[in-house]
Design a binder for this molecule. Structure first.
Ligand SMILES: Cc1cc2nc3c(=O)[nH]c(=O)nc-3n(C[C@H](O)[C@H](O)[C@H](O)COP(=O)(O)OP(=O)(O)OC[C@H]3O[C@@H](n4cnc5c(N)ncnc54)[C@H](O)[C@@H]3O)c2cc1C
Ligand code: SF4
Length: 293
């Protein structure tokens, strides 16, 4: 008899379906298992981790370090030369380095710092924090999807090829376009505020001065041409047009300030975007200042 080494989904499904629990609970669990777990595994197997797709953009010769060397100034201790480093797609052309904030350097953004601290403590975090905090923020910054994926490999105890590659490259950073998901999973501060309690302990205010919302709009503007034909994001792209030139210029400036500060390992604080605010007020003629809380 072959040793059983893996909990098969059929067994888990059968037990969940037989359990004396409400139908809605069963439905949610079955959807995650069949709709996501098996779908994700299937995509990984069929595409050989996207190596076999037109979007692969080459195969890395060795495993990357998720920005470790840039952060620590020393090379990653172990590299296995027998394995390749995976496909390196980037449908949106994102190529920036992952900032040291993902390795524990304080960013000043409570959501990011909170999730990163949890991950380094537990080696695990929930799906929404993986997708809508860690992957979202990196995608908004234009971080290389391969580098982000390598970081997930290092950071999570449940990292395994068929979950990391599709979840980070395809779902988290939209690196293979619409091959696996229908839209980029990106959001501004309103969603993080609604779905978590991080904002309560943050120096920024999600409705007023949180930089994640301008980063979201800068992302939409950068990729408006590609995203305009996607019905699932056509709404935000259309809203972008209502955002004035001055606001859009500020979005870009906030992005530049955030990238610069985090690349240097500096924490952000309210007031960091004063120059960007001044340029918007100058161009609109408004004298009103929204200073730090
Ligand atoms: C950027 C990113 C990285 C991820 N990295 C990993 C990883 O390294 N390892 C890993 O196991 N999962 C990964 N996932 C998938 C998912 O986040 C975890 O399986 C989930 O957090 C497990 O928590 P849970 O048991 O509470 O899930 P629930 O929401 O309760 O779902 C029930 C079960 O469904 C399965 N499932 C649900 N969604 C997915 C999914 N998208 N992919 C695969 N299985 C899923 C899991 O087996 C999970 O235990 C990642 C997701 C994202 C967005
Ligand atoms: S205010 Fe912005 S940076 Fe702070 S926790 Fe909320 S979403 Fe994150």
């Amino acid at each position: 008899m072959r040793p059983v080494t893996r909990l098969l989904p059929s067994r888990v499904l059968a037990e969940a379906l037989a359990a004396p629990i409400p139908l809605a609970s069963k439905e949610g669990f079955v959807r995650q298992l069949l709709g996501w777990r098996e779908f994700v595994r299937h995509v990984h197997c069929e595409t050989d981790g996207f190596r076999g797709t037109a979007t692969a953009h080459g195969i890395e010769p060795g495993a990357g370090d998720g920005g470790f060397e840039r952060w620590r100034g020393e090379s990653w201790p172990t590299r296995d030369s027998r394995v390749d480093g995976g496909a390196s797609p980037s449908a949106l052309g994102a190529s920036a380095g992952l900032p040291p904030a993902y390795w524990g350097r304080r960013s000043g953004l409570a959501c990011l710092d909170g999730v990163v601290a949890d991950v380094w403590r537990d080696g695990w975090s929930h799906h929404i924090t993986r997708l809508m905090v860690l992957a979202n923020f990196a995608t908004l910054l234009g971080v290389s999807p391969r580098e982000l994926t390598d970081w997930f490999w290092v950071a999570y105890v449940d990292a395994f090829d068929w979950v990391v590659e599709p979840n980070v490259l395809a779902m988290g950073s939209f690196a293979v376009g619409e091959l696996m998901t229908t839209k980029p999973y990106v959001c501004g501060a309103a969603y993080i505020h609604k779905m978590s309690d991080y904002c309560g302990g943050c120096a920024f205010d999600p409705k007023r001065d949180c930089p994640i919302t301008p980063l979201y709009w800068a992302f939409m503007a950068r990729h408006a041409d590609v995203l305009a034909s996607n019905p699932r994001v056509a709404g935000p792209v259309a809203s972008l047009r209502k955002r004035g030139d001055a606001q859009r210029a500020r979005d870009e400036q906030v992005l530049a300030v955030v990238r610069d500060a985090l690349d240097r390992g500096n924490a952000l604080a309210p007031g960091a975007f004063a120059a960007a605010d001044d340029s918007v007020q100058g161009s609109t003629g408004s004298r009103k200042r929204s200073g730090p809380r």
